[in-house]
Design a protein around this ligand. Structure first.
Ligand code: PBG
Ligand code: ZN
Length: 281
């Protein structure tokens, strides 16, 4: 199964078997790492995101297949509930249904992380901006015998309009409200970003992420100079869609603008870049 994502030309939802072939070919071309996001049918989504903690879900299945095929790829898994909850929020809802219940979400993230590690994931990436997620995941991994599995925290993640196409791809747009209660305010200054990063490193994050990339290069540069762990930048779905839309119209030259964008992210200080162009550039 391979389904095109309309707002992201060149990007596809794939079943695990198709994704394994795709990654095997990419590894041949020199790709060294990938990050996997789970997409499940509407019918399998529920209030608690139970598909997220199912060891037989598509993410665990893909990781097991990749490891069985011994592909030379670092396997990173995105860790969040929003792709699995019917309401599309990144955590369980509080009793009044108006906000996310941060603390009741943590044990679920811990279980999901251990499942991913047991399937063979090398790096677990909590992306939901739940407070204490890094500590909860780290402790669960250590208890489960996965002390060597790394944690990549989406430490600096803004409540951005640039995630729109991803939410089409993962069918994860919140059914009501938005993610401003847990993601960061785009208008706030660098201090808040540095505080988030510090908290996550104290909790045991091995790597940290700034996201989106291009609209936040100033934040990326400041974060890079103030921490001593690898810093990743995520060129998100909207950044990709924006370039591809102009390219499709003949208004921009792909080769040049993709290279300029990725170089800008690199120059600002990214040690690693998560990009939908990774395989092509
Ligand atoms: C899940 C998650 C999102 C993205 C990565 N992990 C969506 C969101 O926060 O709404 C966005 C990725 C992209 O736009 O490419 N929490
Ligand atoms: Zn989420």
């Amino acid at each position: 199964m391979k389904i095109a994502v309309p707002s992201m030309p060149g990007v596809f939802q794939m079943s695990a078997d198709v994704a394994v072939d795709c990654l095997a070919a990419a590894a041949e071309r020199g790709l060294r790492a990938f990050i996997v996001f789970g997409v499940v049918d509407r019918a399998r989504k529920d209030a608690t995101g139970s598909a997220a903690v199912d060891e037989g879900n598509v993410v665990c299945d893909l990781i097991r297949k990749i490891k069985a095929a011994r592909l030379p790829l670092l396997a990173i898994t995105d860790l969040c509930l929003c792709e699995y909850t019917a309401h599309g929020h990144c955590g369980l809802l509080a009793a009044d249904q108006s906000t996310v219940d941060n603390d009741r979400t943590l044990p679920l993230l811990a279980r999901q992380a251990v499942n991913h590690a047991r399937a063979g994931a090398d790096v677990i990436a909590p992306s939901g901006m739940m407070d204490g997620a890094v500590a909860a995941v780290r402790a669960a991994l250590d208890d489960g015998g996965f002390a060597d599995t790394a944690v990549l925290s989406y430490a600096v993640k803004y409540a951005s309009g640039f995630y729109g196409p991803f939410r089409d791809a993962a069918d994860s747009t919140p059914a009501f409200g938005d993610r401003r209660g847990y993601q960061m305010d785009p208008a706030r200054g660098v201090e808040e970003a540095l505080r988030e990063v510090t908290l996550d490193i104290e909790q045991g994050a091995d790597l940290i992420m700034v996201k989106p990339a291009l609209p936040y290069l100033d934040i990326l540069a400041r974060v890079r100079e103030s921490v001593h762990v690898p810093v990743l930048a995520y060129q998100v779905s909207g950044e990709y869609a924006m370039l591809e839309a102009a390219i499709a119209n003949g208004w921009l030259d792909r080769e040049r603008v993709v290279s300029e964008s990725l170089n800008a992210i690199k120059r600002a200080g990214a040690d690693l870049i998560v990009s939908y162009y990774a395989d092509r550039f």
